[in-house]
Design a protein around this ligand. Structure first.
Ligand code: 6R9
Length: 641
């Protein structure tokens, strides 16, 4: 069976197929020269003389780009645009209620950022200090990020859907001294008690001296004397000008916590120069950004997509970016399309889970709104199934708009594999080909490089400027997680197929990470939340196919002796996980298991649990190594779903 192909339609002034080939070859032949020139997308305070200084080998492991240059990304996002586009809209804020919004020009954003940078300084924040942001999708979130960047402080954005415990863990791990939050968030007509969550978290976070509270809903929230400061009052008291701090290219820009296959979420650290180059160039090229475009990435700034393609990528280019504080199905299933029509969005970037959820509601929600402003559609976060791709292309994009299916990770800083919209022939479900400077390889379990049309584990053979530099406070874990499985290569954790045309098809994670609605979850995290419950003896969590979410969470739970399984307890455990981690981690199915299948050495056989959760019970493979094969029969018989 051959996959359908949608031939690229060249566009004047855009990168075409020949230009892509030329750039890809140039970057492979001479990475130094290629990335030296590419770095011209930023204004450097002190020019760099070295470009690439990297090695993935254990003996001399290092990742440094533009190491002796200095560059401030706040100045690059703001100050340098003032002369040419001071009155252009930088951020279109779209609230939870349609039309509840605001427009902030580059000049206004610059003023807000300078003021807030002074607020941070007034509260003792210095270069290198960590600042945790726990905010809704409001302009102040971008202001706070850029204010940190301006003074060389490191922001750590924590998604507003995380629980007080998750927030506390992230604050403790990086020792933040200041937290920025809001009274409440609004999502789909419901209130989110952000400040109350911060208060709970801070009971366990002695490092925090100051909490700045933005007024979003105006709700009365308790303020702790000497610690909590209203944002408005602090802004009014702060000076309005603030020179950008010179920041080394390899100085940290941000930490963002993400789930891995083991242990607690890790603090992915990105530095300034290479990340800036990556965010700026990938935004410009993959979305083919032009003057006059209105770019809308629906991601929350609590995820990396929000960092790179709501804030840094667009603003570094002087684009107009939409910040959306709502959800796709509120007040109705037409929200995205109604907003696109009202704001004149030209470039739209969202996740397959949202596309699938809206597709189910029928075409009329889309068709009743004018989408003629749209020129390009993007997808990110998980593999997009061809049915959803086709609907996105045909119904949303009226067959006019190329779709860029962009594969990347928190760790990669920005897009690595994606079509260039006017250069690459599209195949639904494939992220197509690597960007210039990206060297993907497929390897087998022993690390042998596989050539041609094949399937294997996806690794990247050499460094690119936007890659993460370390795990906060745990450099050994960084090396161990990403560079020890296949020595000399960055291991992505993804499985992948490559077809005869050299197109990449991501098949999903090959480790114990699951992808729920485009959000990464470590199965170990959900397990440790479950076993923290007083009635639970043991838990094993695996992914299961889910029509809308891509993957759902399937939990096998063994209760303590004397505890009785019941639907009531199921509900209680679900609620428990929500409060331990956050709603996104709530299990979709809970099966009470008298025992879990284990090898004689006590290892849980996850392969079997995955098959049962998938409903693929006809072919469980070899169960002879199990300590007690009868356990499996019980699990199959009592499968839920
Ligand atoms: C940007 C982001 C990363 C994981 C990644 C992969 C999956 C992301 C994808 C995709 C297939 C795409 N993923 N984009 N899979 N096609 N276009 O999502 O970062 O939250 O760190 O997740 O998401 O499995 O390894 P992050």
């Amino acid at each position: 069976m051959t996959d359908p192909i949608y031939p690229a339609r060249p566009r004047p002034g855009s990168i075409d197929a020949a230009e892509y080939d030329r750039r890809y070859a140039a970057a492979a032949r001479d990475p130094e020269g290629y990335w030296r020139e590419a770095a011209g997308c930023l204004d450097w305070a002190r020019p760099f003389t070295t470009v690439k200084d990297t090695s993935f080998a254990e003996a001399d492991f290092r990742i440094r780009w533009y190491g002796d240059g200095t560059v401030n990304l706040s100045a690059n996002c703001l100050d340098r645009h003032l002369a040419t586009r001071g009155d252009q809209v930088a951020i279109v804020w779209e609230g939870d209620e349609p039309g509840d919004g605001a427009r902030v020009t580059y000049r206004e954003l610059h003023a807000l950022v300078c003021r807030f940078a002074n607020v941070l300084k007034d509260h003792g924040v210095r270069k290198g200090d960590r600042v945790t942001l726990y905010l809704p999708m409001i302009v102040e979130a971008a202001v706070a990020m850029l204010a940190c960047a301006r003074i060389g402080a490191i922001h750590s954005v924590v998604f507003g859907g995380f629980s007080p415990d998750s927030l506390a863990n992230r604050i403790q791990d990086c020792d933040s001294r200041l937290v920025v939050t809001a009274d409440e968030g609004c999502r789909g007509g419901k209130r989110v008690p952000l400040k109350a969550n911060v208060d709970k978290a801070l009971a366990h976070c002695p490092s925090v001296e100051t909490v700045i509270v933005v007024r979003r809903t105006g709700a009365e929230v308790p303020m702790t004397e000497g610690r909590d400061v209203p944002y408005d009052a602090a802004m009014a008291a702060a000076a309005s000008d603030c020179a950008p701090e010179p920041v080394g290219a390899e100085d940290p820009l941000f930490i963002l916590y993400t789930s891995g296959s083991t242990g607690k979420p890790k603090g992915v650290l990105h530095t300034t120069g290479g990340y800036g180059v990556w965010a700026a160039t990938t935004f410009r090229d993959v979305f083919d950004w032009r003057e006059g475009d209105v770019f809308w990435c629906t991601a929350d700034v609590g995820w990396v997509t929000g960092h790179s393609y709501v804030v840094y990528g667009p603003l570094l280019n002087g684009a107009t970016t939409v910040m959306f504080d709502g959800v796709p199905n509120y007040p109705d299933h037409g929200r995205f399309w109604e907003t696109i029509a009202r704001l004149g969005v030209t470039l739209f970037y969202t996740a397959p889970t949202a596309i699938r959820a809206l597709m189910r509601e029928g075409d009329s929600w889309v068709e009743r709104h004018d989408r003629s402003s749209l020129r390009l559609l993007g997808s990110v976060g998980e593999p997009i199934n061809p049915e959803a791709w086709d609907w996105y292309h045909r119904v949303v994009g009226e067959r006019r708009c190329p779709i860029v299916d962009t594969w990347w990770q928190t760790e990669t800083g920005g897009i690595l594999i994606a079509p260039l919209p006017y250069a690459t022939d599209l195949k639904p479900g494939s992220a197509t080909r690597p960007l210039p400077g990206v060297l993907p390889q497929l390897v087998d379990a022993e690390g042998r490089v596989l050539e041609g049309a094949t399937e294997g584990n996806l690794v990247i053979a050499d460094s690119w400027p936007g890659q993460m530099r370390t795990v906060w406070n745990d450099h050994a874990r960084f090396f161990q997680t990403y560079f020890s499985t296949y020595p000399g290569k960055y291991f992505t954790g993804d499985g992948c197929r490559r077809d005869a045309d050299g197109y990449y098809w991501i098949t999903g994670r090959v480790d114990d990470v699951i992808n729920v609605s485009g959000h990464r979850m470590g199965t170990a995290e959900v397990e440790s939340a479950l076993v923290a419950h007083a009635k639970v003896a043991e838990a094993a969590v695996v992914g299961m196919p889910h029509e809308v979410k891509g993957q759902g969470i399937y939990a096998y739970v063994t209760l303590n002796a004397g505890e009785e399984p019941s639907d009531g307890l199921r509900g209680e455990l679900r609620q428990w996980v929500r409060s331990e981690i956050g709603p996104i981690a709530s299990p979709d199915a809970i099966q009470f298991a008298p025992a879990l299948p284990k090898t004689r050495s006590g290892k849980i056989m996850r392969r079997i649990l995955r098959k049962i959760a998938e409903g693929d019970t006809g072919n469980l493979g070899d169960v002879s190594t199990l300590a007690d094969p009868a356990v499996v029969e019980t699990l199959v018989r009592e499968r839920v779903g």
